[in-house]
Write a protein that binds this ligand. Structure first.
Ligand code: NAP
Length: 300
């Protein structure tokens, strides 16, 4: 039996692995996709204390290597459900079942969708949720970014280096993301803000050729001829599979105390998947440490 099974190899999960291993516990980390979580798509991290600049990929790779070197076992299987028994937790995956004394859920969050018709159909044909992954396909083209948070602002800055024109569409006239990044974008000649607006229609046969955008104040609808639309309107949790063992809030986040405890003894949660006020890289790493030490202490 493994001491601690961690679900999710993002910043919270890998930080938890490092702390649990250093506390002398055996650790398996389950990941359905690739390690790193959301941060791998951030081109430049500037707000992690002690590191002035680092790419998300480099940061995630550092975490991964640190956890591996300490003895973490990464298992690339999707966790489907968890059963709580008095003295153990049974973790069911796409390929089998595993037992652990404690579990840390660090499932992160997935990209929120716009919810407009043909959105799924156009993924890979104009619609993208990751500018750093797909931006280069739109070199010298006109593109749009919907969103007003840090991700949207960073995406727009990144795309403005490749693309002919970048429209930044936001549903309000104030940005949620950092003021400094807004000012940087304002100074760019090929960036245009389309404020108080949202995308209501995707145009195109096989590939995206344009979008219809409505101004929510005037109800004016205009068409922007773009071949790419980068959707950066935040994330939402993906915890439905764990409803039997942990309580979720109305938005689907795992209810937890600041000590990362869930309602079930021996099951902890860390990072963006749990109820909290601030979802940042620093808070994900901090949660990982707190959850791992709580789990290690529970096992004792
Ligand atoms: P976010 O901060 O939640 O921002 C989402 C944006 O999308 C908001 O501006 C929101 O508008 C808008 N939005 C939400 N639902 C919408 C809808 N249905 N239609 C249109 N617009 C919608 O998400 P994020 O930018 O992905 O950032 C997530 C977290 O990661 C944040 O804490 C952020 O600071 C952090 N982050 C940090 C860095 C960094 O430090 N380098 C980089 C990226 C992200 P409203 O503002 O009107 O609500």
């Amino acid at each position: 039996m493994t001491d601690i099974i961690i679900v999710g190899a993002g910043s919270a999960g890998l930080s938890a692995a490092i702390y649990a291993l250093r506390a002398g516990k055996s650790v398996k980390v389950f990941e359905a996709n690739t390690y790193g979580g959301q941060i791998v798509n951030t081109p430049d991290i500037e707000n992690y204390p002690g590191i002035k600049h680092i790419s998300g990929f480099e940061f995630a790779t550092g975490l991964y290597e640190q956890a591996k070197d300490l003895g973490a076992e990464l298992v690339y299987e999707k966790v489907l459900s968890i059963k709580n028994e008095d003295d153990k937790k049974i973790v069911y995956t796409s390929s089998g079942e595993y037992e652990a004394k404690a579990v840390i859920l660090a499932t992160g969050a997935k990209n929120r969708k716009l919810g407009v018709e043909k959105e799924d159909e156009f993924v890979g044909k104009g619609i993208s949720y990751c500018a750093t992954c797909d931006g280069a396909f739109f070199r010298n083209k006109d593109v749009a970014v919907q969103g007003g948070g840090n991700t949207a602002l960073e995406d727009a800055a990144f795309l403005s280096n490749y693309c002919n024109k970048v429209y930044v569409i936001h549903r309000r006239d104030e940005f949620r993301g950092d003021h400094k990044d807004v000012e940087t974008l304002k100074a760019k000649e090929n960036v245009e803000f389309v404020l108080n607006s949202t995308v209501i229609e995707l145009i195109g046969e096989t590939n995206l050729t344009g979008i219809k955008v409505i101004n929510k104040l005037t109800n004016e609808v205009k068409t922007l001829e773009v071949s790419g639309l980068f959707v950066a309107i935040g994330q939402e949790p993906d915890n439905k599979s764990f409803e039997d063992v942990v309580i979720l809030d109305e938005k689907g986040y795992i209810k937890a105390t600041e000590n990362c405890l869930t309602n079930t003894k021996g099951i902890y949660t860390a990072g963006d998947c749990r109820t909290k006020e601030v979802r940042q890289l620093t808070t994900a790493a901090a949660d990982g440490a707190v959850a791992a030490l709580a789990a290690a202490s529970y096992i004792k």
